[in-house]
Design a protein around this ligand. Structure first.
Ligand code: SF4
Length: 379
């Protein structure tokens, strides 16, 4: 069977979504902390080529649906037999559609990094065609860069909503102009606010991302206060935490090597989340911690009604003795624990293994670097 394109990235919340690539790469490609698309030139696919991909997805969906029994259960053995007979690329397409249908066939995510760069008319046509071919889709979402989004009016967002777009994910990362400049994000907090308010006024859902630690030690609290201001002025539906990691191969890593960027400690990053929670006002936005890079997954809830509970989780961690905090950090960064409740269950043998792994680290800067490197392994 003819294959369709699948891009490299989607938010964790779209793990069960069908992925439709309408653009490739990123229009900006200059953020100092990101090398995701550094070797990929931005490209917007033609309407005909996107429609062809949708048609191919429908072919895979028909094939997969042959293994659905009349009672609604799936013949998994039959699906696997079919899968085994396909080429590598076909397997990927087949598996993605099968996974989507088995999980309800509800959501579609439009890839890549800045789909909203596609001119409004084109995107509207794609959305309508997608909904026509798959009429049971419940939600269509996409990434959009805040600078592009700030040039779209509330009326234009309403048109995209009417055509079938439901939610926009946008990597704001920070709401501080100083931090945005530092990392060359190419957008201002004013543009973020305009974009966010227009998206909400157009009836779309908005999910923005915040990166604690992105301003380094010097701009740590500034990073959080700026984000609290932007979130308070927009009231996005979600703020998703993505703890910053400075990775080799990025310009920010070169700043770090030269000593121009000093990494935050894990505690400083948590204090940023604390400030965001405490200082965001007048909105019922949900704070979401849905990525392994975040130290305390339990800090999540409504920025209206769950503030006290979220602050209590952070304060509970910060009140622990330093040795326990570090034990939890290393266990979490190695993926051995998820919640603070698991801290007492870390065995002595495992604690000894952690001590061996970090025994040569004598100062805080060395520890912060070790944690940064471990976080970077997940991105
Ligand atoms: S806008 Fe997003 S994808 Fe593009 S360079 Fe910046 S972080 Fe990377």
């Amino acid at each position: 069977m003819e294959t369709y394109r699948i891009g490299p990235i989607r938010p964790p919340s779209e793990a069960q979504s069908l992925l439709l690539q309408v653009t490739q790469g990123c229009t900006w490609n200059k953020c100092k902390f990101c090398n995701l698309y550094r070797h990929t030139r931005f490209k917007a696919y033609t309407i005909d080529s996107i429609k062809e991909d949708i048609d191919r997805m429908a072919q895979y969906a028909r094939k997969v649906s042959e293994y659905r029994r009349p009672d609604g259960a799936w013949d998994v053995e039959g699906l696997n037999r079919e899968l085994a007979g396909l080429s590598g690329e076909e397997q990927n397409c087949y598996y993605t559609v099968a996974n989507w249908l088995i999980n309800g066939g509800k959501n579609v995510f439009l890839q890549d990094g800045n789909t909203l760069a596609l001119s409004g008319g084109k995107l509207t046509e794609v959305l309508k065609y997608l909904r026509q071919v798959f009429p049971r889709i419940e939600r269509i979402t996409s990434y959009g860069r805040a600078e592009n989004l700030s040039r779209v009016s509330a009326e234009e967002f309403a048109e995209l909503k009417a055509a079938g777009l439901d939610r926009i994910h946008s990597g704001f990362e920070s709401g501080s102009d100083q931090v945005l400049r530092l990392v060359n994000k190419g957008v201002t907090s004013e543009q973020q606010i305009r974009a966010g308010q227009n998206i909400k006024a157009g009836g779309l859902e908005l999910s923005v991302y915040f990166m604690p630690g992105l301003g380094g030690k010097a701009l740590s609290q500034e990073n959080a206060r700026g984000m609290a201001n932007v979130v308070s002025q927009i009231g996005p539906d979600f703020v998703r935490i993505r703890t910053a990691a400075v990775k080799p191969g990025t310009e920010l890593y070169e700043d770090f090597r030269r000593g121009d960027f000093v990494l935050c400690s894990e505690e400083e990053k948590l204090m940023e989340i604390r400030t965001l929670v405490a200082e965001t006002k007048g909105v019922s936005t949900r704070l979401v911690s849905d990525h392994i890079v975040n130290l305390l997954q339990g800090v999540r809830g409504s920025l209206d009604t769950d503030k006290e509970a979220m602050l209590a989780v952070i304060d509970g961690y910060l009140a622990l003795p330093e040795e326990e905090r570090k034990l939890f950090q290393i266990a979490r960064r190695l993926g051995h624990v998820v919640s603070l409740k698991e801290l007492p269950r870390i065995s002595e043998a495992r604690a000894a293994e952690y001590r061996r792994l970090t025994g040569g680290i004598l100062d805080q800067a060395g520890w912060d670097r070790k944690m940064n490197d471990l976080i970077g392994g997940y991105i």
